[in-house]
Design a protein around this ligand. Structure first.
Ligand code: GDD
Ligand code: MN
Length: 363
């Protein structure tokens, strides 16, 4: 019978594993615990390092995921993979102090709270480990916003270090959005009745080995997460991103079309076709950078293959686009309206096909 499972999402944390397990062992003396690492197939061999350690330490396990990314979904999968009655989610880079775990467990076990949260901003806490002033300011803004969403007074709803009953976590799981990295926020916002939260001050330490994965994407992921929470069920988040990128693509398309058709005096069909090609390439680049940033294609070969794949996936949509637009323009429709109708027709097709074939799945 276990007391506690510690869920540790990892992405290239090879150099932190052994020392972290050692610290857990010291901090959790007298408790029956297991550590479940959820690794997104890190390139640095993190999963193998954990397995090696686990062969001599049965309290350590690893879930290795392929073709998946994301701190939140990793935490969810870990929480669903244990028989322990309590689960803690924690970073694997030493920024979270395992010495807090016994107190967090006591708080929840004794029923003083539903969730124990290690807060970087509670009285007595210290957020010096937050790199850069910009990051600290962004964190403050995010906190204010999320306080409104959860209705809970929290100093650190962005915390990645918290503990709750495993069955509570699993009850909420089907309704969690699992997008991005704001898992605690998601749990608090999803619970039908407001959860009672107890904060425990955390001295947010410097990360030991490796580097942060969240820095660049932080603000963006956060907004995407909020969107997903509010509207994700009505219009899927990826489609919304895809649509935004598409709208920008329309601007590019119309600019190229106007330049060729109106300024250079080329034929409409030719101008529309070139505009489609340029906009298509632009959209591929932006989608790869934004919509599918978690599965981004990298390296000349992969990008070239992806671009060709994207263009061929879009070719039927593009053909229909040019054919319909040309027909309508020939029938006397205004060139802008004709072009837009063609674009609309092509885009739904493009989304369905490219999300399946270029980036590998529907979502
Ligand atoms: N499996 C998996 N998949 N793990 C991930 C992923 C992912 O896509 N991205 C990050 N991780 C792991 C890292 O390996 C690390 O163990 C932990 O999640 C936190 O990632 P960091 O990259 O160290 O995040 P940070 O220190 O910049 O962000 C901190 O502050 C955030 C709020 O501002 C963390 O404490 C976050 O949990 C917190 O939400
Ligand atoms: Mn970190």
């Amino acid at each position: 019978m276990l007391d506690l499972a510690i869920i540790l999402p990892t992405l290239n944390e090879c150099g932190n594993i052994a020392s972290l397990v050692q610290r857990l062992d010291g901090a959790l003396e007298g408790l029956r615990w297991e550590a479940i690492f959820v690794d997104d197939n890190s390139a640095d061999g993190t999963a193998d390092a954990i397995r090696k350690l686990a062969s001599a330490e049965p309290r350590v396990r690893v879930i290795q995921r392929f073709g998946r990314r994301g701190l939140a979904s990793a935490a969810i999968e870990g929480m669903c993979a244990t028989t322990a009655p309590f689960v803690a989610v924690m970073d694997a880079d030493h920024q979270h102090d395992p010495e807090l775990l016994p107190a967090m467990l006591e708080t929840v076990r004794e029923g003083h709270a539903d969730v124990a949260v290690a807060s970087r901003f509670a009285e007595g806490a210290n957020a010096d480990g937050l790199e850069g002033e910009g990051r600290q300011r962004a964190s403050g803004f995010a906190n204010a916003l999320s306080r409104r969403i959860t209705g809970t007074e929290l100093t650190d709803p962005m915390s990645g270090f918290f503990l709750l009953r495993a069955d509570l976590a699993r009850t909420l799981t089907p309704r969690l959005s699992g997008v991005g990295f704001k898992i605690l926020l998601d749990i608090l916002a999803t619970a039908p009745a407001a959860l009672r939260v107890q904060e425990i001050p955390l001295e947010f330490a410097e990360r030991r080995a490796g580097e942060s994965k969240l820095d660049r994407a932080v603000a963006f992921e956060f907004l995407v997460g909020i969107y997903d929470r509010l509207f994700g069920r009505i219009i899927p988040t990826r489609f919304a991103l895809f649509g935004t990128v598409g709208a920008l693509g329309v601007v590019v398309h119309m600019a190229v079309l106007a330049a060729l058709f109106r300024l250079a005096g080329e034929g409409f069909a030719f101008s529309q076709a070139i505009a489609v090609l340029v906009a298509m390439s632009f959209n591929f680049w932006l989608n790869n950078w934004l919509t599918y940033r978690d599965q981004r294609l990298k390296g000349v070969g992969a990008v070239l293959r992806g671009w060709l794949g994207f263009c061929s996936a879009c070719s039927i949509g593009a053909l229909a686009n040019v054919a319909v637009a040309t027909l309508l323009e020939a029938r006397g429709w205004h060139w802008v309206v004709a072009a837009m109708t063609g674009i609309l027709l092509g885009s739904v097709w493009n989304y369905a096909l490219s999300s399946r074939f270029v980036w590998g799945r529907f979502r």
